[in-house]
Design a protein around this ligand. Structure first.
Ligand code: UTP
Length: 303
């Protein structure tokens, strides 16, 4: 990306959703992980809303041949809309139509084989072309009262011309579950990445700043992905291509404001469900009551 202060706006968001979701088997035998709901919306909807709020108007879904549910979800549901209209269910009709607001288009690309996240991103190349683009992993759900994480990153990308990788602090014992970055100077919010390593053991980790599933990337990443060999887990890793990008262009780590839930794990999904229920405009009070009731019924003593 050019290092100027008037970098182009990020308009394309890529959603790699072609993974197998093995941690949620047996549910993911038929329901893609991204379609699991948090209270009243599937995970993918939260990520899509975040991308649209950041200014994206083209959404690229990298899917596989089993994930019809994702494409169906974003397709127009004529019959359902007609039925809701006839039944005078205006609010439900609004919800169904707002899945994909007017002016936003969805493009679906098939990843024939699950060769890794890096490979999934490379599949978006024909749609993205030569402009900077965002990547959002929907199982990283980021809760924020202010601007969404991607909007914060887009503002940083536009101001600096850098590629931007979202990071958060993790306990050192957990570095082996993340990509970990080392930065030259970190001003509390952002810093230029000097090194990025995939899943280092705690003693080998260069820091405890962990990459989470939001990226704004220069199109230069595609050539690098083409040349990236299989890495950790026998997969083509996005982290490895970003490591190569560092040598050529500025890539910043960005510590966003917001809380991230790892909905790729059972506990993360449960935690997100609890937090969203407690914050929900109509369910909040009832949710609080039933959680208290559940703790009492299970004999959990309040401290
Ligand atoms: P994960 O590592 O979470 O893998 O992928 P997964 O298959 O989704 O889930 P588990 O670990 O088996 O339970 C991170 C992201 O990259 C996407 C996934 O869909 C997820 O959004 N991905 C991964 C692809 O799109 N293609 C791949 O080949 C691999």
């Amino acid at each position: 990306m050019h290092q100027t202060s008037d970098s182009p706006r990020v308009r394309i968001a890529v959603f790699p959703v072609a993974g197998l979701g093995t941690r949620f088997l047996p549910a993911t035998k038929t329901v893609p992980k991204e379609m699991l709901p948090i209270v009243d919306r599937p995970l993918i909807q939260y990520a899509v809303d975040e991308a649209i709020a950041a200014g994206c108007d083209t959404l690229v879904f990298i899917t596989n041949r089993y994930k019809h549910a994702v494409a169906d979800y974003f397709d127009k549901a004529y019959e359902l809309e007609q039925k809701l209209e006839r039944a005078g269910k205006a609010e439900q009709l609004r919800l169904v139509r707002n899945v994909l607001p007017e002016g936003v288009r969805a493009v679906f690309v098939t990843q024939a084989e699950a060769l890794g996240l890096g490979h999934a991103v490379l599949c978006a190349r024909p749609v993205v072309g030569a402009q900077p683009f965002a990547v959002l992993l929907p199982d990283d759900l980021i809760w924020s009262r202010g601007p969404g994480a991607l909007a914060q990153m887009a503002a940083h990308a536009q101001a600096t011309g850098a590629s931007v990788v979202a990071v958060q602090d993790v306990p050192r014992a957990q570095t082996g579950s993340y990509g970990i970055v080392a930065t030259d100077i970190f001003d509390g919010q952002a810093g230029r990445i000097r090194q990025i390593v995939e899943k280092p053991a705690p003693e080998a980790a260069p820091s405890t700043l962990a990459v989470v599933g939001r990226y704004i990337l220069s199109p230069a990443i595609f050539d690098l992905l083409e040349r990236t060999p299989k890495g950790a887990g026998g997969e083509i890793q996005l982290t490895d291509a970003i490591a190569a990008l560092l040598a050529r262009e500025r890539v910043d780590a960005f510590r966003f404001h917001g809380t991230r839930f790892d909905c790729g794990t059972h506990l993360g999904l449960v935690e997100a469900t609890i937090r969203y229920a407690l914050d929900h405009e109509t369910l909040s009070e009832a949710a609080r009551g039933l959680m208290q009731h559940a703790l009492d019924a299970m004999g959990v003593v309040e401290t």
